[in-house]
Design a protein around this ligand. Structure first.
Ligand code: GTP
Ligand code: MG
Length: 317
């Protein structure tokens, strides 16, 4: 590792916000030195509490994240926030909401907010998010909140890197709980019914309970349901308490470690897949994929021997 690198890491670990921002940009854009940086940072990670929050567009994720961040700040925890592909852009890295609140956060170096819009990026959304979380963790943030919209495969991959996953629902979704259950029921450690000031919160709660009675989690944890009115700061302490409860539960019987092992198993496979593909791409060179695809399409070659050949050659690169 060169000297500049070392200086940058020291600054980052000391809490320098600009060093943190630079490191995140390096990792996010895969700028030169990104891998060396992550290698150097990894030993300093593993202490942050990573909380993933997901839910439909407009469910109140940002408002909730904002409130949670405020609460954790009151408890003297430092907070890092990653907003993944926000449907509404975060202006100036600030959370949506009223201006005064935004300025509050801006003035507080204990909160660092990063917005990423990288769907379709080379590194992959989940992978990049994980790497950004690694940087935040190494910088000494106590809590990392990851906001991500929806419940597609990307989101499932993103929440997999969290220690605790919060799924946010809102009343008035009709039968949506049914349609999203497949993705949601497995990933939620805690359910939040936000906008509980609206009619129908009880109904959503009943639906979740009904689905829970059908599928018992294999770790035995029954995700609690917390009702919130994020815009009024209601239910936030209850949510933080639910997070602590789940953490305590995780720390019994080594469950936390087991969960991390499971997550790493998935992530290692992904990293390996990326690395192998990158190697094969390098070996093929630019534009050759199109030429080979043409040959296969024109039945001049069979794809099976072609892949065998590429894999065989890539081994020696
Ligand atoms: N009535 C009511 N409105 C709320 C509540 N929480 C948030 N809102 C409002 O809902 C709107 C969307 O809130 P956001 O926090 O931006 O929602 P989001 O899920 O982050 O939205 P995207 O990031 O765009 O997907 C805002 O106008 C909030 O003020 C709530 O508990 N009750
Ligand atoms: Mg948002």
């Amino acid at each position: 590792m060169d000297r500049n690198h070392h200086v940058a890491i020291t600054a980052l670990r000391a809490g320098d916000a600009r060093a943190l921002a630079r490191a995140i940009t390096t990792v996010e854009n895969r700028n030169p030195g990104w891998a060396a940086l992550l290698k150097a940072l990894f030993p300093h990670t593993g202490t942050a509490r990573v909380i993933g929050l997901t839910g439909a567009p407009g469910a109140g994720k940002s408002t909730l994240v904002d409130q949670l961040a405020k609460l954790y700040r009151k408890q003297d925890h430092t907070v890092g926030i990653i907003a993944v592909d926000p449907t509404s852009p975060y202006t100036g890295g600030a959370i949506l909401g009223d201006r005064i609140r935004m300025q509050d956060h801006h003035a507080d170096p204990g909160i660092y907010i990063r917005s990423m819009a990288t769907r379709g990026s080379l590194g992959g959304l989940a992978r990049t998010t994980a790497d950004v979380a690694t940087v935040l963790d190494a910088s000494g943030r106590d809590v990392i909140l990851i906001e991500t919209v929806g419940v597609g495969q990307d989101e499932v991959d993103i929440v997999r890197l969290a220690d605790i996953t919060v799924v946010i629902l809102v009343p008035g979704m009709g039968d949506d709980v049914q349609t999203i259950k497949a993705g949601i029921m497995e990933i939620a450690d805690i359910f939040v019914i936000n906008k509980s000031d609206r009619d129908g919160a009880e109904r959503v709660e009943r639906e979740i309970r009904a689905l829970q009675s059908l599928a018992v989690r294999n770790d035995g944890w029954t995700p609690p349901i917390v009702k919130t009115v994020a815009s009024e700061g209601k239910g936030i302490e209850e949510l933080a308490a639910a997070v602590s409860d789940y953490e305590n539960y995780l720390h019994k019987d080594n469950r936390a470690l087991r969960k991390r092992v499971e997550n790493w198993q998935e992530r290692l496979v992904e990293m390996l897949r990326d690395a192998m593909l990158e190697k094969a791409r390098k070996q093929l060179g630019d534009g050759n994929m199109a030429r080979l695809a043409t040959e296969v399409a024109e039945h001049k070659r069979d794809p099976y021997s072609l892949i065998e050949e590429i894999v065989g050659n890539a081994r020696n690169v």
